[in-house]
Design a binder for this molecule. Structure first.
Ligand code: PBG
Length: 326
């Protein structure tokens, strides 16, 4: 056996042959597009640190969401920038908060588009940490209570899925309980289960104005060197009531995606984060690589690794590309 009977190149001879034996395909059904909403009216401001991304206000985000839906993308992921920040991030659960208003407006105009909301306090606290501070560090359990309030207020505004990204212990349990107790048993939780303390979030922190004013996030987000611990985090979140688990970042963490796929049966989301996005963008802008080809390679690779859901700032571009190639 072996060569010359077996020639692997036979199955690569033509585009049709390659299509026939292709193992992985990215579909528009897999995509989630992150959107940023800030206080104001009539806004569509380019985000300096993230090419092709914008800050919208609750009125203008409606048209953007409708465009996303018209491309066939099933979901958006909402991030909010409030007008005012305080030590506990109280705008995060305000009934008339910027995210709550955006959810209502989008669901009214485009009810079929799933609205996923980021549940984390870092954009809402004046110190930029993901929870309330006690003795110089984020205090876990009181933070979970606030996160549950925030998630509940998103559900009340009409969110389909809430996505806690804070990395507090037990937050999925707190959120699940708050949803159950208030008649939102069918609101899904997508937990940022294995979220690492990564340098790849740089451009986002600029976009979300959420960089910590002191210290860093290493006492709550995972150490980049750990893999077994990711499995423990994911198991806990599923047990506490997460419906979808996420690995974040994605590209430098494909081993984690792969291990998660081997071990767990629930849907897995991969967050192709801002730094990963801007690496592709910057390289293309410098004339070093083809943006579209690199984008599709990244997304295909994440699916090959085992992700079901791809959260990416490329979602609209990828949807257009997939439409063309049909
Ligand atoms: C909020 C949050 C962050 C991101 C998503 N949710 C930033 C952080 O944890 O510092 C990063 C997203 C990206 O880089 O694209 N906690």
């Amino acid at each position: 056996m072996g060569f010359p009977k077996i020639r692997m190149r036979r199955l690569r001879r033509s585009a049709s042959m390659r299509r026939l034996v292709r193992e992985t395909a990215v579909s528009v059904d897999d995509l989630v597009y992150p959107l940023f909403v800030r206080e104001g009216a009539g806004l569509k401001e380019p985000i300096k640190s993230m090419d092709g991304c914008f800050h919208f206000s609750p009125d203008t985000i409606v048209a953007e969401a409708a465009e996303v839906a018209s491309l066939g993308i099933p979901a958006v992921l909402l991030f909010g920038l409030p007008a005012r920040k305080d030590p506990i991030g109280s705008q995060a659960w305000a009934e008339d908060g910027v995210v709550q208003r955006a959810i209502k407006a989008i669901k009214k105009q485009t009810p079929e588009l799933l609205v996923i909301t980021d549940v984390c306090l870092c954009e809402f606290t004046d110190h930029g940490h993901c929870g309330v501070i006690k003795e110089g560090t984020v205090d876990n359990d009181p933070t979970c209570e606030l996160l549950a309030k925030m998630a509940l207020s998103h559900a009340q505004a009409g969110a389909d899925i809430v996505a806690p990204s804070d990395m507090m212990d037990g937050r999925v349990r707190y959120i699940r309980q708050a949803l159950e107790a208030n008649g939102f048993k069918d609101v899904a939780i997508m937990s940022y289960a294995a979220k690492y303390a990564s340098a790849f979030y740089g451009p986002f922190r600029d976009a979300a104005e959420s960089a910590p004013a002191f210290g860093d996030r290493r006492s709550y987000q995972m150490d980049v060197a750990n893999s077994d611990q990711a499995m423990a985090e994911i198991a806990l979140d599923i047990e506490e009531g997460a419906d979808i688990v996420m690995v974040k970042p994605a590209l430098a963490y494909m081993d984690i995606i792969y291990r998660t796929r081997q071990r767990f049966d629930c849907p897995i989301a991969a967050y192709n984060v801002s730094g990963e996005y801007m690496m592709v963008k910057s390289s293309a802008a410098a004339g070093l690589s083809d943006e579209e080809a690199t984008m599709m390679e990244v997304l295909t690779s994440l699916k090959r690794a085992g992700a079901d859901i791809l959260i990416t700032y490329f979602a609209k571009d990828a949807a257009k590309k997939l439409q063309e190639s049909q």
